[in-house]
Design a binder for this molecule. Structure first.
Ligand code: ZN
Length: 171
């Protein structure tokens, strides 16, 4: 358990220093199952997939990503926006079920001044928990309790598979 916590902290430190896998676009690499990136995808549907954030802010931190390399939500068709919205609702259902967070932050970083670290369009869903520590508390204090990404992946892959069938049958 202790070793796994340190693994998370080391990843966060590497990320803060700008270390990245040697691919031109990390989300295109995830989309094509490139072995140079950790494949953390938990669900695929149509033109989209849902992946764990490679450097999660919190347990259950997800990103909904188009398979194609879009840069801006304004490039999407109305049909694509609807699919994205439906996947957002499914993701919230899965996260409510598995983690019961106290809230969520959901959004995009678009454009060079936004602070985006990945230009490939992605909708971030960050579960928020009561009494959680902030990012800089986490990198300066390894006692924080976080879930090992492999465990999160198994847990959410199973939950998406179970919830998706009923969710898409409701329409
Ligand atoms: Zn891309």
């Amino acid at each position: 358990m202790k070793r796994e916590k340190h693994h998370i902290v080391a990843n966060k430190l590497a990320y803060a220093k700008g270390k990245r896998p040697p691919v031109s676009c990390i989300l295109c690499a995830v989309a094509r199952d490139d072995p140079q990136v950790d494949i953390l995808r938990v669900f695929s549907h149509g033109e989209w997939f849902v992946t764990l954030n490679l450097y999660p802010y919190n347990p259950g931190h997800l990103m909904i990503v188009p398979q194609a390399h879009y840069l801006d939500v304004r490039e999407l068709s109305e049909g694509q926006v609807l699919e994205l919205h439906r996947l957002q609702l499914l993701s919230l259902r899965v996260l409510d079920r598995e983690y019961q967070p106290g809230g969520y932050n959901i959004g995009y970083n678009i454009g060079p001044a936004s602070g985006a670290s990945i230009e490939h369009l992605h909708l971030q869903i960050v579960p928020r928990y009561r009494n959680e520590l902030g990012f800089f508390d986490i990198i300066s204090d390894s006692r924080v309790i976080v879930e090992e990404p492999r465990v999160t992946k198994q847990r959410l892959t199973a939950a998406f598979a179970q919830e998706a069938e009923a969710f898409f049958a409701e329409d």
